[in-house]
Design a binder for this molecule. Structure first.
Ligand code: ZN
Length: 117
């Protein structure tokens, strides 16, 4: 009797890729205030775009610094879950992306209109 594998090869590769991404986010650090902002929207308007702060927040989340991450971007835990859901192509992942994208658009609009949000 052959033993059934715990994970398919595809699932093992996706899990390894997710683990590598998490390890890289944990290992490396980005400055709290970058010397050069790469966001064109921020450069043009002086206001944060819907995605501003997510890079710094992801590095903070990987280290377990939730308060710091939420300071950079209030929906960063949701965005973090959305990115890691990309490694699993299932119904829950698609639903998370639908709800999460709508939340990001709404929050992004608030950030642009209301200073300090
Ligand atoms: Zn931006």
């Amino acid at each position: 009797m052959a033993a059934l594998p715990l994970l398919s090869l595809g699932a093992a590769v996706r899990a390894a890729a997710a683990g590598l991404l998490l390890a890289a986010l944990w290992y490396f650090t980005v400055p709290d205030e970058p010397a050069l902002r790469l966001c064109g929207f921020h450069w043009l308007t002086g206001r944060p775009c819907p995605l501003c702060g997510l890079t710094r927040a992801f590095f903070a989340l990987a280290k377990g610094h939730w308060a710091e991450a939420v300071h950079f971007h209030a929906l960063s835990p949701l965005a973090f879950a959305m990115v890691f859901a990309l490694f699993w192509n299932g119904k829950a992942s698609r639903r998370l992306w639908s709800v999460g994208s709508a939340a990001m658009v709404f929050y992004g609009a608030l950030r642009i209109v209301i200073p300090g949000v």
